[in-house]
Design a protein around this ligand. Structure first.
Ligand code: SF4
Ligand code: SF4
Length: 269
């Protein structure tokens, strides 16, 4: 079997046999905690995620899963791994100093974005040492690495947001990002496909209500229905900012600071 098609191969580690949804979540949270971040973890049904993917992403997932795709469609699960941005990083976005945009401070967010992506990638790769399956690493924002949105979708392989929605981590917000009850949309994801038939989590209902904080923070997002491809405009804005990593985050900050999710948050109830 080709290397990328080894999803059903047996891991010679007895721990895999003992891993259930609860212990997988516990393992993930512990690993992320060691890296100094707060996190969430949930389980989705592979078939439901697959059915919600764009055709280009389905083809990419089929390629990754190879001959195991039929088995996965019957029994497989997808683990959604989420790491939350810190308040310090979110507050660093889009401030002014001496009448000018403070890009150096904004880079605190850009750097944390990169650190979180690396942590996610490390943890989902490590998960493969205790659980049968394949790691799907964190995807990058639309930035210099991709030249068009279409190119992004084929590179992205899977929508971590679709996985996170089905795994009950959060709900799709008006910003098109996943909004969580714990940290708004200030969160990043990786996913892990496993042949294990795990207890799935329930989806989260709408957290936005009549809130428009993210739309009000960004002219591009506000006009997303009218624009032919608002994501392409977003990509241009990210590139123009020229931060150390390909991020903007203005809509993320707006959601974090004044989003309706806070009404649902245990910490703020
Ligand atoms: S990342 Fe920036 S440009 Fe893109 S939608 Fe959010 S605020 Fe707008
Ligand atoms: S800012 Fe408000 S409307 Fe936008 S995603 Fe967050 S909660 Fe939803």
């Amino acid at each position: 079997m080709r290397k990328e098609n080894r999803i059903l191969s047996k891991i010679a580690d007895k721990r895999e046999e003992e891993m259930d949804a609860r212990s997988i979540k516990g393992w993930v949270k512990k690993e992320i905690h060691k890296k100094g971040f707060n996190s969430a973890c949930g389980i989705a049904v592979f078939l439901e995620v697959y059915n919600d993917l764009m055709p280009v992403q389905r083809r990419a997932v089929e390629k990754i899963c190879g001959d195991d795709i039929d088995f996965l469609l019957k029994k497989g699960s997808v683990v959604s791994i989420a790491i939350f941005h810190t308040e310090n990083a979110i507050k660093s976005i889009n401030n002014t100093k001496d009448g000018k945009i403070d890009y150096e401070r904004w880079n605190i967010y850009a750097e944390e974005y990169n650190t979180i992506n690396n942590a996610l990638n490390e943890i989902c790769t490590k998960l493969a040492s205790v659980l049968d399956g394949v790691a799907l690493k964190a995807t990058l924002e639309l930035g210099k690495e991709v030249h068009s949105v279409e190119e992004y979708y084929s590179k992205a392989k899977i929508s971590h947001r679709v996985v996170a929605e089905h795994a009950g981590i959060g709900a799709r917000g008006k910003s098109e990002l996943i909004v969580t009850k714990q940290n708004g949309s200030a969160v990043r994801f990786a996913s892990f496909i496993t042949p294990k038939d795990l207890d799935r989590d329930e989806k989260v209902g709408d957290l936005c209500g009549d809130c428009t904080a993210c739309l009000d923070s960004c002219g591009i997002l506000k006009k997303k229905e009218e624009l032919q491809n608002y994501r392409q405009q977003c990509m241009k804005k990210i590139n123009a900012l020229n931060l150390r990593h390909d991020v903007c985050g203005i809509c993320v900050k707006a959601c974090y600071e004044s989003g309706n999710w806070r009404k649902h948050s245990k910490h703020n109830a």
